[in-house]
Design a protein around this ligand. Structure first.
Ligand code: 13P
Ligand code: SF4
Length: 311
């Protein structure tokens, strides 16, 4: 039993012993964000994983993020506190179906959101994150036909913004899908001066009411620099922890779901990681991410293109 174990102290001891770096996404529990060596959005976390000189990467996020770390740094041991930490976008896009879809559209390139399996990355041409998608899309010639998957909302947002047709894979993030337009409008009526910052994984009926649309790091930057002292945040609510640390004098209100509060918008996959599981993972160096070498090499090609084009 772990009763009586000082988890924070043990994690600190183990990270030194193992020469481990702890990377965490903004959707992790506050206690995990607070002990991480680095907290960031998907692009920043990928870059950190590619550049670290640690021997072990303890990834506090979801599986596709830890897989990305392993693809970019294959010589490192990459551990994920709970291997069941998946993603609804990844689940929506089985590699065989994606392969068949690509085969039907041979004149299209596949621009693929990083929220997918290593196998789907291996079947893609260029990976994007929400913070790199616009820069990358703007470098692709107008006449190049594009398949965008697996997030139809991010794809739809980019298609509208760039006035560019793309074939969209029908996946959604269950977390951002759960925001209620009716409840958001009620909140806006209650706080008429509060800007809305939204993640592009939100459906268009939420994006339409947003003053800022961007990645988690983009949203964080927006709320820090905004002149408003009250802001509405339409993304996973654990990011509010970072906002309260950065600008404690401001008030942040999580955009609501249909029940009028933001608790239904907690990512159930991200929430699987706990201090206990992180401690056990650092102690046992398990569960470990392993990727077949041919898949890894093919996936690395599309990830490297992202890193080049996003630079
Ligand atoms: P970013 O942190 O890159 O904005 O991604 C958000 C997300 O939903 C990750 O699962
Ligand atoms: Fe996937 Fe959405 Fe959770 Fe991000 S927040 S891991 S996109 S289900």
């Amino acid at each position: 039993s772990l009763a009586g174990v000082d988890l924070r102290a043990e994690i600190d001891r183990l990270r030194k012993d193992r020469n481990a770096v702890i990377l965490a996404h903004y959707y992790q529990k506050p206690e995990i964000q607070d002990l991480a060596d680095f907290v960031g959005d998907s692009l920043e976390l990928s870059k950190k994983a590619a550049d670290t000189d640690a021997d072990v990467i303890a990834f506090c996020g979801v599986r596709f993020m830890a897989e990305t770390a392993k693809i970019l740094s294959p010589e490192k041991i990459v551990i994920l506190p709970d291997m069941a930490a998946g993603c609804s976008l990844e689940d929506s896009c089985p590699p065989e179906q994606f392969k068949a879809f690509r085969a039907k559209h041979p004149d299209h390139i596949a621009l693929t959101y990083i929220n997918c399996s290593a196998a789907v990355k291996a079947l893609s041409d260029i990976i994007v994150t929400s913070s790199s998608a616009e820069t990358i899309l703007s470098q692709i010639p107008k006449d190049q036909k594009i398949i965008f998957g697996p997030d139809k909302h991010l794809g739809g947002y980019l298609a509208r913004k760039f006035d560019r047709d793309m074939l969209l894979w029908p996946g959604v993030c269950i977390v951002h899908e759960a925001f209620s337009e009716t409840e958001l409008l009620k909140l806006k009526a209650q706080y008429p001066d509060a800007p809305v910052a939204a993640h592009p994984e939100c459906p268009p009926h939420i994006i339409d009411h947003a003053d800022y649309v961007g990645s988690t790091s983009g949203i964080l930057q927006f709320v820090k620099t905004s002149e408003s002292d009250t802001l509405i945040v339409a993304t996973e609510p654990h990011i509010i922890h970072q906002m309260e640390k950065a600008v404690p004098e401001k008030t942040f209100i999580g955009a609501p779901g249909a029940d009028g509060n933001c608790n239904c918008n907690i990512c159930p996959y991200m929430a699987l990681n706990t201090m206990e599981k992180l401690y056990v993972a650092l102690r046992d160096l398990e569960p470990r991410i392993e990727i077949e070498e041919d898949v890894r090499i093919a996936a690395k090609k599309s990830l490297d293109r992202m890193l080049e084009m996003a630079a």
